[in-house]
Write a protein that binds this ligand. Structure first.
Ligand SMILES: [Zn+2]
Length: 148
């Protein structure tokens, strides 16, 4: 079910890929992931008129087909809004959460793919902080490392 209340059916099971984006009539994009034979809703991307944080490139923001979305992501224990600026024609997305730096992604086909690539990077960088941390106690709640 979409956040607007509309009931949407998950993607067809016959699809070969494991990720699929469904657009609701309200404009939200629902990102599904297939795990085994079941599709699971991983994220809801909500369109927004303007991006409330700075750091996105001017060039991308001026693309004629630019779209802006936000979604929620748990980052070091906090649920934070993450903003995405995406141009389908140039296949460029820029993603930014809170005061982390903007991540620029190219070759991106959809806003849900941009989310997925960004989350993968976040997870990878989180693992590297964890393995490099000498103190394995609750210090992991500290702010993200300089690399991300
Ligand atoms: Zn909807």
């Amino acid at each position: 079910m979409c956040a607007c209340g509309k009931r949407l059916s998950p993607p067809e099971t016959a699809l070969a890929r494991n990720h699929e984006e469904i657009e609701c009539s309200c404009g939200r994009r629902l990102a599904y992931e297939r795990i085994g034979s079941r599709w699971t809703l991983r994220a809801v991307l909500t369109p927004e008129g303007s991006v409330p944080v700075e750091g996105f490139s001017r060039q991308l923001r001026l693309e004629p087909d630019v779209e802006r979305f936000w979604f929620l992501q748990t980052i070091v224990g906090a649920r934070l809004p993450v903003h995405v600026v995406f141009s389908r024609s140039s296949k460029i997305a820029e993603v930014k959460a809170a005061d982390l730096k903007v991540v620029r992604l190219s070759g991106v086909e959809s806003v849900s793919e941009a989310r997925r690539l960004w989350v993968d990077r976040l997870e990878a960088s989180r693992k590297s902080w964890r393995s490099s941390a000498s103190n394995r106690s609750s210090q992991s709640k500290a702010t993200p490392g300089p690399g991300f």
